[in-house]
Design a protein around this ligand. Structure first.
Ligand SMILES: Nc1nc2c(c(=O)[nH]1)N[C@H]1C(S)=C(S)[C@@H](COP(=O)(O)OP(=O)(O)OC[C@H]3O[C@@H](n4cnc5c(N)ncnc54)[C@H](O)[C@@H]3O)O[C@H]1N2
Ligand code: MOO
Length: 641
């Protein structure tokens, strides 16, 4: 391949500038935004293009507001308890029900409860009626010609009620823009196709479809198009004819088969290729046949943020809607987060409320990590001219979830175990559902988070090498002052995670020194790392003698994944992680996986729920199926003095 076959030179246009250029061109066209007439009864969620004025008044006649009798008000004057007044049917009154029309000469309604029936033709009252009492006058609700809804109003259920009451059956709304969604890439397969190495299950277009529907547009998804110039060109031409907006997903970057930018240029014009944002740098903004075309990068997280930044305002524009501002909260950042001066960065965060303060913990920043989109509570935007944010700094977090959900979240930061996912599920499943957010930073990292007030509890498994005892001495040392408690968790079996059948015949720590063995380690501060280092030092094994000792993973599953993928032969971890990836496991010992918390939190609903779930039979049965766990004093609380 020649170098100039690639689109090597991406620009670095600031987000505002790119939006400005894009929308300037959009606004120049009068033909993009279209109006249509639809039935009022089918207008939910649509946006009015013109103000709507009532055709009829409501009520359309003077109507009785109560069941009772209609009278001439002046004929009742003087009635009192001491001086009851008798009225004659058809002469002084008629019987009416709620909603009945009230005609001349009647000018008031008396409720049936306030009327004493003397005989079939006669009633008695003991209070005069005020003129127009209990009568809903014409137009009490809506007066004909009155405006029911202004233009650019998104129609809610009650709006439909008012439209119909005002005699409106048809209204002008903005036509839903159709958004063509074209996944591309020869490696992309549909979900039901057979998975092979090198294939990727198509998912971005389904995220886009959902987002377009949520925003009020109409998605039209195309089957994945292979990286073939001719096929892509034909599909783009077909899609541009069929849609108002076109999204071409992936192939936006500088790869040898990234044709999107060439094609948009050939068929129309490219305004911007390369935006100063991360993720999302290789974004393309262009036009074909006067219609906007977005080239959105393939990585799912990039895809989401580029959609949010450019496609969302575009759809709002077609619907005559201003861009809604996401609600936000002030929070304290729990981890130092660096960013480049070259771009604006979107960082997904978990939020938790600890003692009234929101704490934001950044999630994995990988552009391919879809699960961060699932887990995120909010977004931290680091502007282009900033080098990042220090731990402990106040930040503004745009919310992705309702505040009530975040307030009912127990924040756990510390060591990782699958048990945390199971507990989270049970906590969520309860009628008084609570969320459990767990960040995995290792046991010592968890203790530090508790110390800084960023978490409610920290799962730890720390071996005291001098006593052989777990956890208690670490809490005493790092969190002194007698304010802490340890909630006993489970005993778990640690071991070597090795490939199926243990082809390298690994039996003991001394095997890790062999030249043919590639090891994968856990990060410093992780309980498993302390255990590993303890076992190595007991045998006088130098870390330098182990190939891969410096390769650090932050979870058991990541260690297992490294072994499963063949990039390592062995790592230390728990049985469940080995089993999850169908690997073999050689036990090396048992450890105590407990939870440290401030004693004052023991009676908060979140921690109480946590302990109840921990002690539940359902959880213990699930763990028994997984294997590798023992229950001893599970859920018992030990005050650390
Ligand atoms: N030399 C350079 N390489 C890359 C650059 C760069 O500037 N110079 N940019 C990187 C960045 S940043 C991104 S983002 C990606 C964007 O790549 P493309 O838009 O060309 O997308 P692909 O390479 O085709 O795909 C990337 C990746 O995305 C996943 N993917 C793609 N389509 C789908 C889909 N429909 N559903 C789910 N997942 C999808 C898939 O994992 C692909 O592997 O380029 C970097 N490279
Ligand atoms: O800009 Mo790419 O979008 O991060 O991974």
């Amino acid at each position: 391949m020649r170098k100039d076959d690639r689109n090597l030179y991406l620009s670095n246009v600031a987000v505002e500038e790119a939006l400005g250029l894009f929308f300037q061109k959009i606004r120049q066209s009068n033909e993009l935004v279209k109006i249509e007439y639809i039935e009022a009864i089918a207008a939910l969620g649509r946006v009015t293009a013109l103000p709507v004025f009532a055709r009829l008044s409501s009520p359309n006649y003077n109507a009785s507001a109560m069941d009772g009798i209609a009278v001439r008000a002046e004929a009742t004057y003087g009635a009192s308890e001491r001086n009851p007044l008798q009225l004659k049917k058809h002469q002084d009154y008629i019987t009416v029900d709620t909603g009945d029309p009230i005609f001349e000469p009647y000018t008031a309604v008396i409720m049936i409860e306030d009327v004493v029936e003397i005989d079939e033709e006669t009633v008695e009252i003991i209070q005069a009626a005020a003129p127009w009492q209990h009568i809903r006058p014409i137009g009490e609700d809506i007066v004909a010609k009155e405006m029911i809804l202004p233009a650019k109003h998104r129609i809610r259920p009650m709006d439909i009620g008012a439209l119909l009451s005002g005699g409106i059956t048809e209204i002008a709304v903005y036509r839903k823009p159709t958004v063509g969604i074209m996944p591309t890439g020869s490696e992309i397969i549909e979900p039901y196709e057979t998975m092979e190495i090198g294939k990727i299950i198509e998912s971005n277009s389904r995220i886009f479809e959902g987002l377009v529907i949520e925003l009020g547009g109409r998605p039209k998804r195309y089957r994945p198009v292979p990286d073939d110039y001719g096929s892509l060109k034909n599909q783009i031409l077909e899609a541009i004819a069929e849609n108002d907006i076109l999204i071409v997903n992936a192939g936006s970057s500088a790869g040898s088969e990234d044709y999107t930018v060439k094609l948009i240029r050939e068929l129309g014009e490219v305004l911007v290729h390369g935006i100063a944002t991360k993720p999302g740098k290789p974004t393309i903004l262009g036009f074909i046949q006067g219609k906007p075309v977005l080239g959105i990068p393939g990585y799912p997280v990039s895809a989401y943020f580029v959609f949010d930044t450019f496609a969302k305002p575009l759809i709002h524009y077609y619907l005559g809607q201003p861009l809604p501002v996401r609600p936000s909260v002030k929070a304290v950042l729990s981890k130092r987060t660096v960013s480049s001066l070259k771009h604006r960065e979107y960082i997904q965060v978990k939020l938790g409320q600890v003692e009234g303060q929101f704490i934001a913990t950044p999630l994995n920043r990988g552009a391919g990590v879809t699960m961060s989109l699932v887990r995120a509570d909010g977004i931290l935007v680091i502007p282009q001219n900033s080098e990042g944010v220090e731990a402990g700094e106040a930040v503004n977090i745009e919310l992705l979830k309702p505040l009530e959900v975040i307030e009912r979240t127990l924040v756990s930061i510390g060591s990782h175990d699958l048990i945390m996912d199971l507990i989270a599920n049970h906590m969520h499943d309860r009628e008084d559902g609570y969320d459990l957010s767990s960040a995995h930073v290792g046991s010592l990292g968890g203790i530090m988070a508790i110390k800084r007030g960023e978490a409610h509890l920290a799962p730890i498994h720390l071996l005291d090498e001098s006593t052989g005892e777990y956890n208690v001495s670490f809490v005493k040392r790092y969190l002194p002052g007698g304010k802490m408690s340890l909630i006993k968790g489970v005993k778990r079996i640690q071991g070597f995670i090795v490939q199926k059948g243990n082809p390298k015949n690994i039996k003991d720590f001394t095997d890790l020194q062999r030249a043919d063995i590639q090891f994968v380690n856990r990060q410093r501060g992780a309980g498993t790392r302390i255990l590993t280092d303890y076992e190595l030092s007991k045998r006088n094994i130098e870390p330098e003698s182990i190939s891969g000792y410096d390769r650090e993973m932050t979870t058991h599953m990541a260690v297992a994944a490294a072994v499963a993928s063949g990039t390592a032969h062995v790592g230390v971890g728990v049985l469940s992680a080995a089993q999850a990836l169908d690997l073999d496991f050689i036990p090396i010992g048992e450890e105590a996986y407990d939870f440290v918390t401030y004693s004052k939190y023991l009676n908060t609903p979140g921690v109480r729920t946590f302990i109840q779930v921990l002690q539940s039979k359902a959880l213990q049965e699930e763990l028994a199926v997984l294997g590798g766990y023992k229950f001893e004093d599970t859920g018992k609380v030990i005050e650390i003095l």
